[in-house]
Design a protein. Structure first.
Length: 480
């Protein structure tokens, strides 16, 4: 606002100054023309009087003309600079001033000379000696004298001053009116709408129900409409998030109840399963090696082991054990995992590859729980590559940067069938599975274990292009 007013004031001031200078020059040019006209008139009157032999009347003419308005002095001086006649009688016999003598010597005749420091316009007219003047002045001299007419610029300067004051007052008035009008315009159409927008933004921090009062269709109005539209979309999104959160809370409550119930059931089933497995082992030992019943007992034992695994998963999900932290070499842990899974890789024609970064810091982990989490991910990869493929394990680290701590990452990648976009957001949900066999707790338990270690797990995949799981663990406190 202030900058616009300043630009407006400077523009009007500059225009006023240029106009004043133009009017001043115009008045001075008009004064120059008047000086020439007056000087010509005086020169002719004096010539006629002298040619008529009335040289005594010359002094009276000069005195009469010198009394006119704006006439400062009218005088006749000789070529050597002595004043012969003057409207100011006391100047007769004196020498003309040096400036007038200099202009005379420079032949500056019949040209207005501006003497601004004295406030005077001067014009010199030569009184030439011709045949009509020979009877009085002889024929030897070329100039009988020089007529000097001095006209005061006081009146013109007064008019210029009055004009300047008037124009300055008008400029100030116009500037004030325009500044006030511009201020009111900007306040109504720019400042107030922006202030309303700012207030609405502040209100939106405490509630998305706030809206901007749009009163125009200009850019500010469109900005307000866009902000209102944004608030509407945010409010709808918040409602959806609230509903989703409420549904998740209900689901979590149900899962907690199911987990407690499942834990009780699993505990009741676990002991009988152990007894059944023991009895089957004893029965199998009593049968000859070529007895066909051994195959039946082995299948029953396999199903019992599958049930036992499901029971252990239920117990692990419902009552997760507290981690027992110790310093662990991640690369060594990965090596043991791949060695343990090597027979299954070979059985499914899967090639494993290690890309382990050297010099990784040791992490504070529970090796048993982390091993369980890693095995869950690896088994999912094996099941996704039942026709063979490639399994890659990579470790890497990121250095600390500012407030961002350093991280050690473990990346599992496979070339299996991949995960659909719909299932990517559900794979960590308890009891979610796409297989006919399985509890759907493996990845849920894995996520819980990673979070118990202040880590993060993420997955990226596309159908037919395999999947990639990334586990991130922060540097130990003493290594950060």
């Amino acid at each position: 606002m202030i900058s616009v007013s300043a630009i407006l004031a400077v523009t009007i001031g500059l225009g006023t100054w240029i106009n004043i200078r133009y009017q001043q020059a115009h008045m001075e040019n008009a004064l120059e023309d008047n000086v020439l006209i007056i000087s010509n008139t005086i020169e002719r009157s004096l010539s006629n009087a002298m040619l008529d032999g009335k040289s005594r009347e010359v002094q009276h003419i000069l005195e009469a003309v010198g009394g006119y308005h704006n006439i400062h002095e009218v005088k006749i001086f000789s070529p050597n600079g002595v004043i012969l006649k003057s409207s100011k009688r006391w100047m007769i016999g004196r020498k003309v001033d040096s400036s007038t003598q200099k202009w005379f010597l420079a032949d500056r005749f019949k040209k207005p000379i501006k003497r601004r420091d004295e406030g005077i316009f001067s014009v010199l007219f030569p009184i030439e000696n011709d045949e009509r003047c020979f009877h009085c002045h002889g024929s030897k001299v070329k100039l009988n004298g020089v007529l000097s007419v001095d006209v005061s610029m006081a009146s013109t300067e007064q008019k210029v001053g009055e004009l300047s004051k008037t124009m300055l007052l008008w400029a100030l008035g116009v500037t004030a009116v325009l500044a006030i009008s511009l201020s009111l315009f900007l306040t109504r159409y720019v400042t107030n709408p922006i202030q309303d927008l700012i207030v609405t933004m502040e209100r939106a921090e405490s509630g998305l129900e706030a809206r901007v009062d749009v009163r125009s269709t200009d850019d500010i109005g469109r900005l307000g409409e866009a902000f209102n539209s944004l608030l509407t979309k945010l409010e709808r999104a918040r409602r959806r998030v609230d509903r989703y959160h409420y549904e998740q809370m209900k689901r979590a409550d149900r899962l907690a109840s199911i987990g407690e119930m499942a834990a009780g059931i699993a505990h009741e089933i676990k002991n009988p399963l152990a007894g059944i497995a023991g009895v089957i082992q004893v029965l199998k030992k009593d049968l000859p090696s070529d007895d066909q019943k051994r195959a039946v007992l082995e299948e029953v034992l396999s199903q019992v082991e599958r049930m036992d695994k499901a029971v252990r998963n239920l117990l692990s999900f419902a009552r997760p054990p507290e981690p027992r932290m110790t310093l662990v070499d991640v690369n060594e842990l990965i090596g043991k995992l791949l060695d343990f899974l090597a027979p299954q890789f070979a059985k499914c024609s899967i090639r494993s590859e290690r890309r382990l970064a050297a010099g990784l810091p040791w992490l504070t982990l529970d090796p048993d729980l982390i091993q369980q989490a890693l095995i869950n991910i690896a088994l999912n990869a094996i099941q996704a590559m039942h026709d063979g493929g490639k399994f890659i394990v990579e470790t890497r680290s990121t250095k600390p940067s500012g407030d961002i701590p350093g991280m050690v990452e473990i990346v599992f990648s496979d070339t299996g069938k991949g995960i659909s976009m719909e299932n990517l957001t559900r794979i960590f949900n308890p009891f979610f599975t796409t297989r006919q066999q399985g509890t759907g707790l493996g990845l849920s338990i894995t996520q819980r274990i990673i979070e118990q270690h202040n880590g993060e797990i993420s997955v990226s995949s596309a159908p037919g292009k395999g999947a990639s799981f990334t586990l991130s663990f922060p540097y130990p406190q003493n290594k950060a």
